[in-house]
Ligand binder design. Sequence first.
Ligand code: FES
Ligand SMILES: [Fe+2]
Length: 387
Amino acid sequence: MQTEHGTAPHVRDDHAPWRPRPTLGGDDYTSWDVYRQERERIWWGDWVCAGRTEEVANVGDYIVRDIAGESIFVTRNAAGELHGFYNVCSHRGTKFVDDIEGTGNVRKAFKCPYHAWTYDLNGRLIGTPNVKEDELFDRSAFPLHPVHVDSYAGFLFVNLAVEPSRTLMDALTDGAESITVFERFKMDELRIGVRIVYEVEANWKILVENYNECLHCPQIHPELVQVVPLFRFGEVWDEELRDDGNRMVEGATSFTVSGTSELPKLPNLAPEDHDMYYGSYEFPNLMLNLHPDCGMYYIGFPKGPNHTTVVSEYLFRPETIAGPNFKPEPVVELWDLISKQDWEVCARAQTGVGSRAFTTGIYPRQDRFLYWFNEEYRQAMGRELQG
Ligand code: FES
Ligand SMILES: [Fe+2]
């Protein structure tokens, strides 16, 4: 698995003349064969964002996640360390933590709902009711099946490979852009104030591609282009500004329809951050948006080639959330509106790429980020790069 990550596709040479390139093929968005390969190589073969560490803040807290059809959970042990496990009992395979709520606390141990075998927070089998020691069965040989867990800036990542082919940091700093350039936002100190979950009838790559272009913005997002004027021209970033930022409309200091909000600014930002919008995509499933007064992200969880569950969460300073005047609504309302506008066109695109008439489409210059994403995708899938 080493070769997939050797050299990232060349990106950010934005002054080079652009030659229009083909999109991925229709099958890449619709076929179960491709999806099965993606599961092995991307979703179960490398680092994937699963949530935030604050969701497992205390000993015995756990979150359950569906990673492209594999149910896993992450928990925190008495030493404060995070551990991830497949949601599979070692006795006879039963799924033992429900993911209806997807979160909870077990205090000290997980108990299987079938025959009540119990596992401690390190995954060790510690209880097997009615199965006696003299049955010569070595409990230590039947722990929970582990998955790798790591975190960055409060984001929780899992890796289902037996041996990860690279570190989380190598994965985060590979590719077209990286959330690691935003240390000044101190995201590890931020907390989730609002969560919205969307069910989208589209392939996860259509969502990523939609996130990375703005040719659709003037038509699909009339409210957004008022706030970020550059988007009116179909561009996603201003080459003159740092960190892929975009300046908001004159006078705006918050990502809202009015350009203002009562949310306090995040501390530590530079003055030039106060009228900016930053967007950053981390392969494969984290789409991060940073604003002067909050953070917001989408985490995509594919549920097959035609469906993606999108968790959208809004981050604020904990003292802002706890304060008496916490009013996230203006930011949430704009993002929720934009999100629904996006999901609707994504579902429409999904329908079209499934047609026998669609082989590949075309990327003009404004779509170059999508092409770079596709190159990263081809690399992860072990395909030839197109260059
Ligand atoms: S399957 Fe879990 S205890 Fe039997
Ligand atoms: Fe959009």
